[in-house]
Design a protein around this ligand. Structure first.
Ligand code: HEM
Length: 310
């Protein structure tokens, strides 16, 4: 036999909640009488999620390619979710910062260690066929990947090395955008003409990126770290966590990605060209790209040899 009195307090709390938003508690209680009990599949939206893997070819391994990219996008979403909480936190302290960086790092660790699903999980012969139906698209056009970069560090650290001395805090965002390191993958380096890969990407996302760059200019992870009291910036665990994140995103993941590209594109089947059309071998290697989110947390020597010893 249920003791009805034990619900009195809950009803009072509900009443408080609905009065505060000028709602009738009775109406909401009646609503509960007819609401459907929740199921796993309704809550997780399993049917919707599993209907999104649409192949463009008859080759079975294309399914691996699509699903793994989608898994990456979901994880990118979780990373951005965690970063946004650090960005918005009013009284940021070391423990909170470190726990969030560790969460973000675990996601990137997972993406790095799972990259073999790409490298070993598809037959080279199949990949080299279905990739032609993807031209001129590329993972380069993952907008969330770019958002993670903007949200992780100051813009100057994402500017192509050749132009860094001409860009500072007063540079308009539109100008800085044209000199982001990844513009190099989408431009003919002799004429400066943009490729279809880059033109399509910018048409779809440039406005969003400019807004996001401006928003995160003052609350990216690196800026928020530098706002901590000096003593906190020396906290061993936090520094270790920040370095781990930087290294995982910008060296370990990049190398796993690069090695997968070498495995397929240099397999001897096909023309050795990337679907996005970049000078990929040079562009993708961390030792050339030298993208580093938190430069002050590395020694001169480590910066100099970035991506060389892996
Ligand atoms: C067989 C698997 C893969 C191959 C061969 C491959 C190849 C490439 C190549 C050659 C580029 C350079 C741009 C171009 O010309 O296309 C690139 C860029 C990129 N790809 Fe992949 N990729 C693979 C899987 C993935 C996966 C699973 C992701 C996850 C979303 C991804 C995300 C990216 C990103 C974010 C870039 C831009 C990197 C940067 O600007 O530094 N790729 N990829």
């Amino acid at each position: 036999m249920h003791d009805l009195h034990k619900f009195d307090n809950i009803v009072k709390e509900l009443q408080k909640k609905y009065i505060a938003i000028e709602q009738d508690t009775d109406d909401h209680l009646y609503g509960l009488l007819y609401s459907k009990p929740i199921t796993y599949w309704d809550y997780i939206q399993t049917d919707a999620l599993l209907s999104l893997q649409i192949q463009r070819t008859t080759l079975p391994d294309e399914m691996v390619f699509i699903a793994y990219h989608q898994i990456n996008e979901l994880i990118f979403k979780m990373i951005l979710w965690e970063i946004s909480q650090v960005a918005e936190k009013e009284e940021l302290n070391v423990e909170y910062f470190e726990s969030k960086i560790m969460r973000i790092s675990r996601y990137f660790d997972m993406l790095t260690t799972s990259f073999n699903i790409m490298r070993e999980g598809m037959e080279v012969e199949q990949y080299m066929k279905f990739r032609y139906t993807l031209t001129p698209a590329s993972g380069f056009q993952s907008a969330q990947y770019r958002l993670i970069e903007f949200a992780s560090t100051e813009l100057i650290n994402l500017i192509d090395y050749r132009f860094r001395k001409d860009i500072n805090r007063d540079t308009p965002f539109t100008h800085a955008f044209e000199h982001l390191y990844w513009q190099a993958a989408g431009k003919d380096h002799k004429t400066g003409k943009k490729s279809t890969l880059l033109i399509n990407f910018e048409k779809r996302y440039k406005e969003d990126f400019l807004r996001f760059m401006e928003t995160y200019n003052t609350k990216n992870l690196w800026t928020r770290f530098k706002e901590l009291p000096k003593a906190d910036q020396k906290d061993d665990d936090l520094v270790k966590a920040m370095r781990h994140y930087d290294y995982t995103v910008n060296v370990t993941w990049v190398m796993a990605h690069y090695n997968a590209a070498v495995h397929y594109i240099e397999s001897g089947i096909g023309d050795g060209e990337a679907t996005g059309g970049s000078d990929w071998k040079k562009y993708m290697h961390p030792k050339y790209q030298k993208r580093i989110f938190f430069p002050d947390l590395w020694t001169e020597d480590e910066l100099e040899n970035w991506g060389q010893n892996i």
